[in-house]
Design a protein around this ligand. Structure first.
Ligand SMILES: [Zn+2]
Length: 307
């Protein structure tokens, strides 16, 4: 069996999300995506598995070298430069550059110090308590923080084991300092398959339905249909950029999308409303719509099984 020699989509995804769309070479301001939307970023191996390649390390296994930690995203010029001068740009040098770049990006993406909240981890049972007292809370930031501090809330809603890869992840646009950059609320990752789920959240107060349409149907609210379109846009952008990353591989990659919004129990008063909503979500291909009360009911069920 031929050994895998190129990073998986999962690893590429991690690299892209962590790059902040900038070349990781110190001081380089080059965006990895051009103004016209073409990806010029290149994946460079820090330690290589090919004899003769710069920074070849025969003592490491392919699986160790295929980990995201062993790669760095660079602009074409800097990729070329480091490969031409491997003595100067050594393994240690590249590791340090990668680490510094991650620090810079994290700092730039995070809020100013005064606004920064300490994210403490919250247990699922604590999160369910928060739900009972805060279900009228209409601040998207409040729910973003709760989902961030309790990653299990969203992951337990999936049939397979998923973990939170990141929140407010970069999924395209010109650059991270530019308002054109797009940040999806959450990205979850299936550890086994490398499949990714993009999650967009609204609040429990988000209206699911719009006006009554004739006698037997309701329209879908602008907010909900807008969120569905938004998460599909993120997906399209992400896939486009992943394919453009230069590394000679191409494999099928179709991330699932989830929108969490609204509350069935407080909004729906009649059968027609339920029916209209179910018809909409059963026919939204590629996007799963979950309501807050469904999500927290699932959490309660999960806790009941665990006890
Ligand atoms: Zn560069």
């Amino acid at each position: 069996m031929e050994k895998r020699r190129f990073p998986t989509q999962k690893v590429k995804m991690q690299l892209m999300a962590l790059s902040g769309n900038k070349c990781a070479f110190p001081g380089c301001e080059e965006s990895l995506i051009t103004e016209s939307g073409n990806t010029i970023g290149e994946i460079a191996s820090i330690e290589s598995m090919s004899p003769g390649a710069p920074r070849f390390n025969p003592s490491k296994t392919a699986s160790e070298l295929l980990d995201a930690d062993n790669y760095i995203l660079l602009c074409p010029n800097h990729h070329c430069l480091i490969d031409k001068e491997p003595e100067k740009y050594s393994i240690d040098w590249l590791r340090a550059a990668r680490e510094q770049h991650l620090k810079n990006i994290t700092k730039l993406l995070s809020k100013p110090e005064s606004e920064t909240k300490v994210t403490t981890s919250v247990s699922l049972s604590k999160a369910v308590e928060v739900w009972s007292s805060e279900r009228e809370n209409s601040s998207e930031e409040f729910w973003q923080n709760l989902f961030e501090s309790c990653p299990q809330l969203i992951s337990q809603a999936f049939p397979k084991s998923m973990y939170q890869l990141g929140s407010k992840c970069y999924v395209g646009g010109k650059s991270w300092t530019n308002t054109g950059g797009n940040l999806v609320d959450f990205i979850y990752l299936n550890r086994l398959t490398g499949n990714i789920v993009l999650v967009e959240i609204k609040t429990p107060k988000t209206k699911l339905l719009g006006k009554k349409y004739r006698n037997n149907a309701y329209s879908i609210s602008e907010e909900l249909s807008g969120s569905v379109v938004q998460v599909l846009n993120y997906k399209e952008q992400l896939m486009k950029e992943l394919y453009q990353l230069k590394d000679d591989t191409f494999s099928a990659f179709n991330p699932k999308c989830v929108v969490i919004a609204g509350t069935l129990e407080s909004e729906f008063k009649n059968e027609t409303q339920y029916k209209s909503f179910e018809l909409f979500r059963n026919n939204s291909a590629g996007v799963e719509v979950l309501t807050y009360d469904e999500l927290f009911q699932k959490s309660k069920d999960t806790l009941a099984i665990a006890n």
